[in-house]
Design a protein around this ligand. Sequence first.
Ligand code: FAD
Length: 273
Amino acid sequence: MVGSFIPKNKKEALDLKAKYTELIPYSGGTDLMVENRKNPSYLFLGKLNELKGIKKTDGKIEIGAETTFTEALESPIIPQMMKDALILIAAPAIRNTGTFAGNIGNGSAKADSALIEYGLDAVITVESVRGERNIPIEDFYLGRKHIDLNEDEIITKITIPDIHPDFYSYEKVGGRKALAISRIAFLGILEMESDKIKSISVSFGAVSEKIIRYKDVEKMLIGLTKEEAKAKKDEFVKAYEDRMQLTEGRVSADYRKKVTIKLLKEFLKNGGI
Ligand SMILES: Cc1cc2nc3c(=O)[nH]c(=O)nc-3n(C[C@H](O)[C@H](O)[C@H](O)COP(=O)(O)OP(=O)(O)OC[C@H]3O[C@@H](n4cnc5c(N)ncnc54)[C@H](O)[C@@H]3O)c2cc1C
């Protein structure tokens, strides 16, 4: 046990993490502090302004790792689909301290901001004294409690595209209306270019060890008009039915499958497909 530290800037934080790799980085502590660890040593990142804030650059939105959900909800830059997810996270007290890095720091497929990051092809920046790495979220998320983060690295930034989709649908199914951890979460995004489908993104959260997104299946509809896509709709939905291996959780795998497919069909129908 080396004790805990409150670095004043990013350089100091990275130096400390390089020297004492056992330090556990954190900010909000809303996940961490309910764990029962023996003699932990912490690296508190909540005072680092370099890891906070939201800015727009070159068609992209950069979210500092230690930005809280409340700060994001108050930002005019954050896309509405992300806000739809954030406003359903816990209650105001948790949203005031819970952060973006903390939400993805456990690799949980139930993390509500992570689903939106999957759907938007977010890139996660991690840094150490050795330099920085930029990792697509689907490669960063390796499984429950397992992320692509070396022992001397910390998460510093999350980058999402500044897109304005023609249609999107976000749904969170929980045990109750408020203060619920996702049992099933869905995000569908549709972008058109003149009358053709430019991109379609379909992601499912909380139904498996990892968030599910099949980019090869999405390709089936890209470049088609909505009328042409309607003709392929059954084949498209069946590809998900055949491929998705859902895990048993607080609800059965069967129930999860039924609801996920229903959410997918509703998204396609409401999107005009
Ligand atoms: C009552 C309650 C309700 C909740 N409801 C929801 C909900 O509806 N939806 C949801 O998604 N979550 C929910 N959560 C979980 C939690 O609040 C969120 O996951 C939140 O985003 C965690 O952020 P944090 O800053 O508090 O993380 P912390 O607890 O500080 O850290 C969480 C993990 O991330 C790691 N970490 C943090 N920052 C970094 C970094 N910069 N680099 C590397 N690793 C880092 C930590 O080491 C730790 O392993 C809930 C929690 C509680 C207690």
